[in-house]
Design a protein around this ligand. Structure first.
Ligand code: UGA
Length: 457
């Protein structure tokens, strides 16, 4: 099938590459000429395991191309995916300008039947709004003898996780397609079923529903996961006070199939480009309907507090004033296997530590460059604080001479360090672990003062 993806951000790029891998002929279009030039050179602007290799293979096979030419993109695809950004507005709402921009451009150039697929996470009702925007532009164009071409707008939200996006795309738990039942929409539904047929051999993965339900499903799923994390974080904080170890509690809870054992890990709060934004957007939708979503409000509040947890734990040991202290920080990205720093808990932590006078020696396996950029942004009001951040070249290098080691991201390479060398490198053997990487008892035996999340037994 001929496909066009508008927007080569995270979702758009992974979608384009994976659909090309299935044998489709894919063109990815973006207005950012620098990004397109980077991709045309074979470089990938984001860190996602396996993506670069898969992209290279498909470009080489002639199934995948990158372009800034919107008109060409519209002409190429039978199915056109909108995967552009939907940033938050100041009040937690969703800025739809890019989505409508692409929709109108599609309408301005299309001259045959098109299926327009919304992949971006968009508020409930956006499918109708996109349909109207396209119809409006089509109505203004001159069609001489022929009638304006038909089209259908489909909702097809994405459920990729950064760091395992290729696998998530290629082996989906479910594919949600939201489409109405007008003749054009039925035609679009059939095309979507055909497009996704390869994922369903032996087990139907495709779930068809109406468009609004599909849009809502994406938000409800992310919100549920965010609530689950905040719930576990509160349980862990209580466990700390009760002298209970949250680990066996987590395992015991997860054994109940109604609860399940994934996504139950306490830590220093959820981050990334999705959960905080989607929780805010859903709350905004609720308020718009006169329905404050109190559970979500609480989840967001707990998350804000949790990002400061390591500072509180440090203060328990060292007091509130960190002037003259030097701390090591392992992990900057919001989670492992990505260089994404959006809403990373480390950013809150770093700002708080710098504000209290500390110097930092930080290390992340892939997010160092991105961290420099984001921290410069965060510290715009105090650029002089940036001088107190040293970017180390290795985990042990970061630990050297530090008053404590803080862990913010559970990168695999932090799981089994040389503990002896680590203890020797630290000035004081204090480890404050926001991701529960180690066994508290073993750490104590090794001579560390070890504080984790919910493991204060
Ligand atoms: C999330 C969803 O998991 C995807 O299904 C969805 O497609 C995506 O958002 C999106 O909306 O595009 P992602 O943001 O990549 O994916 O990352 P997750 O793996 O879900 O982790 C989110 C945050 O929760 C991370 O900060 C992680 O550290 C934290 N987390 C996760 C925990 O604190 N505890 C856990 O048990 C699991």
């Amino acid at each position: 099938m001929n496909l066009t993806i508008f927007g080569v951000g995270y979702v758009g790029l992974v979608t384009g590459v994976c659909l090309a891998e299935l044998g489709n002929d894919v063109v990815c279009v973006d207005t950012d000429a620098r990004k397109i030039a980077t991709l045309q050179r074979g470089d990938v602007p984001i860190h996602e395991p396996g993506l670069k290799e898969l992209m290279a293979g498909n470009c080489h096979a002639g199934r995948l191309a990158f372009s800034t030419d919107l008109a060409k993109g519209v002409a190429h695809g039978e199915v056109l995916f909108i995967a552009v950004g939907t940033p938050s507005t100041d009040d937690g709402g969703t800025d739809m300008a890019q989505v409508f921009g692409v929709a109108r451009a599609i309408a301005a150039h299309m001259d045959a039947f098109k299926v327009i697929v919304n992949k971006s996470t968009v508020p409930v009702g956006s499918g109708e709004a996109v349909h109207e925007a396209i119809a409006e532009v089509l109505a203004q164009r001159l069609w001489h003898a022929a009638p304006a071409p038909g089209f259908a707008v489909v909702s097809n939200p994405e459920f990729l996780k950064e760091g395992s996006a290729i696998d998530d795309f290629m082996r989906p738990d479910r594919i949600i397609v939201g489409v109405g039942d007008s003749p054009e929409e039925r035609r679009a539904g059939a095309l979507m079923r055909e497009l996704y047929r390869p994922f369903s051999h032996g087990h139907e993965r495709l779930m068809c529903m109406d468009r609004r339900s599909a849009e809502f499903t994406k938000y409800a799923a992310n919100a549920m996961l965010a609530v689950r994390i905040s719930f576990m974080n509160e349980m862990a904080n209580l466990a700390d006070r009760l002298g209970v170890d949250i680990e066996p509690v987590r395992v015991g809870m997860g054994a109940d199939p109604r609860i399940g054992d994934s996504f139950l890990y306490p830590g220093i709060g959820y981050g990334g480009s999705c959960f905080p934004k989607d929780v805010a957007a859903l709350r905004h939708m609720g308020l718009g309907m006169g329905l404050p979503l109190r559970v979500l409000q609480a989840a967001a509040q707990v998350n804000d507090g949790q990002r400061r947890l390591l500072v509180d734990k440090l203060a328990q040991r060292l007091g509130n004033d960190f002037a003259g202290r030097r701390f090591a920080l392992w992990g900057l990205a919001f989670k492992p296997n990505t260089d994404d720093m959006r809403e990373a808990p480390s950013r809150v932590l770093i700002r708080e530590l710098l504000a209290r006078g500390a110097a930092l020696q930080v290390f992340d396996p892939v997010a160092m460059l991105e961290a420099r950029r984001c921290l410069a942004e965060d510290m715009r009001d105090h650029p002089e604080w940036l001088d107190r951040i040293h970017y180390a070249e290795s985990p042990l290098g970061a630990a050297h001479g530090a008053d404590a080691l803080l862990i913010a991201t559970e990168w695999q390479e932090f799981c089994s360090p040389n503990f002896e060398a680590l203890r020797m490198a630290l000035k004081r053997p204090l480890v404050v672990d926001g991701r529960n990487l180690y066994e508290p008892r073993a750490m104590r035996t090794l001579g560390f003062d070890y504080l984790a999340v919910g493991r204060n037994t």
